[in-house]
Structure formats: C-alpha cells, structure tokens
Design a protein. Structure first.
Length: 318
C-alpha cells in the first residue's frame, strides 16, 4: 500500500467513517457481450455443459446458479430484447436428472411459444440422453462431425451397501408403515417385486422421453423414434441417417442456420456472462467446463446412504 493510500485510510478511520468491504465474491447479474458478427439484430449463444441437474455449482465461497436457473435467466434476457432474433444453444452434456432435463426443455418450448424466436441446438462433443432431450426442443439440431449423441432412455442409479456394512459390524433397520416404504434402500437387496415396480416408473419416463423426441422431430413417427431409442449412442452421421439431427456442421454453421431460419442476412452474436468471466469469442465457454464422465462409482456414496433414494436419470452412464 502506498503512502497516499495509507494516509487516506488513516483519515477515514479517524473521522469515524465506516467502510463496508465484502470479503466474499458475489454472483452478479448477467451482462451482454458481442463476440462476433455485425448488425443491430442479435443471435444469443448459450451453453449447456456438464451434467444437467438442479444442484448449485461453484466453490465453497461462491456458488453459480444451477444449469436450469441459468438457462432460465438467459432466456428471460433474450425474450425481453427485441433485437434478439434467435438463440443458439451449444450442448456438451451426457445428460442428467430426469426433472432438470425436462425443465430446460420446457423453458425452451415456452420461450419459442411466447416470443416466436428460433432456437437452434448445436451439439459439440456430447449431446446424449438428457442432453439430446433438451436438444429436441430446438427448431433445428446441428451436430459437430465428431459428436456422440442419442442414448435415448432412462437409467436408475442405486447402490447396495449391505455387505460392506456387515463387514464393519453395522446393520440398518427400517420401521415402516408398509412393506414397500423403503424400496430401493441401499441397506438391503431389492426384491423382484420392487424391481418390477421401479421398472414401471422407468417405463413411464421412457415413454415421455420418446414422446418428447417425436414431438420435436416432426420428421419421425413414434415407431421410428422407438426403434432408435434403445439406449445406444450414435455418431453424427448415424444420427443424421436416423433423422435425429438435421445437419452436420460446426458452430459457425449453427449460427448461419439461426440467421437463415430468422430471415436475417447479418446479425451480431452475443453471449451473456458474469462479470469477471473472460469471454472473447464464440468458443469461450461457461465456467461449467467440459462434460463430466459419470459412473456409479463416481457418485457420492454417503449421499446415497443418507438419502436412501435411487436416482432416475436421463443420462449416458457407461
């Protein structure tokens, strides 16, 4: 600290002034930055990256809004700006929870209906399961030449730690009002009847997934979607042949398609960002980073044991 700064601080203290200084960083409202293009009309570039959930992201000191809240916030800004003519949603995700994926899909559908603005999905490395579920809300889907997509289906993640607990001399007891009240508990094996009940829930969620894809991909019948929806992943070329995407191209191509679909010749590409985040061009990403590899062994075992609740996921989880 320089001599002048020390003098000013001393004068403030002697004068009795109270200076409030926040020692913790805060999450500030989104701001807009143009990263490409010209013209008064705008195309907003948004990101959906990593596992889709309603869990807050960030550090112990400051948290980032979860993907659902962030996409909602960005769509609200885009809907209020008459200069915004379209949205390009860049997807790089293996999917996530059933509800979080459905919420983002719903917000995109609502945005299109209320504003009449076009939404183009641009799938990068990965747009699988819940990632593809979200993409199905777009007017057009563009996949990168090296994209992996598909994995249309539902998976329930559960663990059984009964054997582990027995080895350390711990046992679990559930006092319940009915014999199905603790179905899916990690403290005991699942019965055949319980497995059948869970399968019924998964089947219902699967049917919803198929219906959402069929509604979004108007070129496909329900039977065609079901034929492709056995959980497998597809390359970009395979997805194109199956009608799951509209074209293969790069992010630039998705932006040009957004212009064409909106009847524009020129448009600036803008992004919404938090102050302090470095955003220089269309490939600058959100703090969420690259998609995460999710496997049952990577999940928080303690959280499973504490909650005792299996997770239903639209997730590619090899």
């Amino acid at each position: 600290m320089g001599e002048k700064a020390r003098y000013l601080l001393l004068m403030l203290l002697l004068s009795g002034c109270i200076v409030n200084v926040s020692l913790l960083p805060t999450v500030e409202p989104l701001k807009e930055k143009r990263v490409a293009g010209t013209g008064k009309d705008k195309i907003v570039l948004m990101d959906l990256s990593g596992v889709i959930s309603e869990e807050e992201k960030g550090t112990a000191l400051v948290s980032e809004p979860n993907p659902v809240a962030r996409i909602k916030e960005e769509l609200q800004l885009a809907s209020k700006d008459p200069s915004v003519k379209a949205v390009v949603l860049r997807i790089n995700s293996p999917g996530g929870t059933v509800t979080a994926s459905d919420l983002i899909h719903h917000e995109l559908e609502t945005f299109k209906k209320q504003t009449g603005k076009k939404v183009i999905a641009s799938i990068m490395d990965l747009g699988a399961s819940g990632g593809y579920y979200v993409a199905a809300a777009a007017d057009k889907i563009v996949a990168h030449p090296t994209t992996v997509t598909g994995s249309i289906g539902v998976i329930m993640l559960s663990v059984n730690v009964e054997g582990l607990l027995e080895k350390i001399g711990v046992s679990g007891t559930a006092i319940k009002s009915g014999d199905k009240k603790d179905m899916g508990s990690p403290l005991r094996p699942m019965t055949p009847e319980e497995r059948q009940l869970f399968q019924g829930v998964i089947n219902a969620m699967y049917e919803r997934f198929v219906a959402v894809v069929a509604a979004g991909r108007k070129n496909l019948t329900m039977d065609q979607v079901k034929k492709a929806a056995d959980g497998r992943i597809y390359t970009a070329q395979q997805a194109l042949e199956l009608g799951l995407i509209d074209t293969i191209g790069y992010l630039d191509d998705a932006i040009e398609l957004a212009k064409t679909e909106s009847g524009l010749r020129e448009a600036g590409v803008v992004i919404y960002f938090r102050p302090g985040a470095y955003k220089d061009n269309i490939y600058s990403q959100t703090p969420a980073g690259a998609p995460q590899t999710v496997n049952i062994v990577n999940l928080d075992l303690r959280a499973f044991v504490q909650s005792g609740v299996p997770r239903f996921m639209y997730l590619w989880s090899p």
